[in-house]
Design a protein. Sequence first.
Length: 503
Amino acid sequence: MNRAWSVKHGIQQGRRGERPDEGRANADSAAARSGPNMKIRHILLLNPPGRKLYTRDYFCSKVTKAGYVEHPLDLLILSGIFSSAGFRVSVLDAQAGRQAPETAFNHIVSLRPDAVVFLSGLVSRQEDYAFLERLKKAMPRVLFAGMGDLFLKKMVFENTAWMDAVFYDFTSGECADFLAGRRGRFSTISFRDGNDIIYRAPVQDRGEFSIPVPRHDLFLNKGYTFPFARKLPFATVLTDYGCPFSCPFCVYPTLGFRLRRLQNVTEELRYIRSLGIRELFVKDQSFGADRGRSMRLCEEMRNIGGFSWTCFLRADVAREDLLRGMKAAGCHTVLFGFESGCDRILRSYKPGVNKRMIVDALRKCRRSGIKSVGIFIFGFPEDDIGTCRETADFAVRCGCDYVSFNVFVPKAGTPLRNKLMPDDSSGEKEEVLDQSGIASVWSGSPVSVEELNRLRVRAIRRFYFRPSYLFGMAAASLFSLCRLRMCLRSAFFILQDVLAKRR
């Protein structure tokens, strides 16, 4: 079970929440308990390099669209947990830094960490594993612990003799306990114990939790960008974990649903403000799921003051009083996972939402002065060319300010993947799965790969290349240099994507 943490703000020599003379004692104590092969004082949080620009984050992986790089939320949260436990923490995000594999490899070896906690994903598995296995050979005494969507599958240690552990919950204090050398019955970690593998299936949990304030200072000036940020730099914040809804294709309901204590959240927000950061991406997968709590959080944000932010929202919780409270607290953009423009598909994959509710939610956003982003998916198992075209038509007509078109992939750990792939394994020949549709399309899609790519590119072109839309975006960007840069950047990558698929 996750433990509640008491949080302090002070940072001393790379550690949070300790007296100046306390950190080394904590680390030495942890090392003494770890045994001769696990004297862990220094932890490296690693987002590995890749041939493409990848998002590996919160049990989701894909090729990054439009060249943006978001904070790796898993590593961000763990930075606070490990620092609070007395470890020295370093961060290497080779994606944000655009580091080539050889450059990243030499950098990591030079850091001489005692443990590497890394991200990987179904979109980049083969190249990640090759890189990490090479690292392990260069640093055989270093402990390697992984996180990511591919580790939610069965047989996570198959063909990974170089990997020592898998963390299933990056908000859990068990991660620090494990690296401190404590051994017991962990509920959120699978690991090697000599020649044995101690396996724990990911668990669903509910209730409240607290975490040490994440080390946002370690993630500043690393090249992170976000298409809807109105100011840079920005910070990413998590105020709940998992999702209370039941979309069968989505991984987040499989994680359970826990709310972070509001006092713990506001403590982090005050720390972020002390760093001079005013822009936030609230990464909750369903902001507003607990309406009363969300209203109280908005009130706390107003009291702190000065924030500008974006979040995810569902159409069926987008009530006007909530939207007004969000707007007053600084929210300027919401991202909706609409998924489809066909009510038949929505009944199967977005329970509780229909097209009428989507249009109504967008109308409420406009009245509240909040911009909207509609996220749509082509290629659900019950889709055909007709329903995909219906989705594209709806996306253009429904009134979104921005859209994102993805393709369906059977995500690890979800009910839909278990139904479609009951004999799932993690064999070496597993296909690359990329929900952005840029690197690959799932081979089991009911619509051909070629047709899905054509549908996606045509939908992008129809939405973003409308003269009225282009004129409106240009006019809105005239008064913000940051916004103008973001729009030009997005336009460049959209054109690049469209032209690449046409070739």
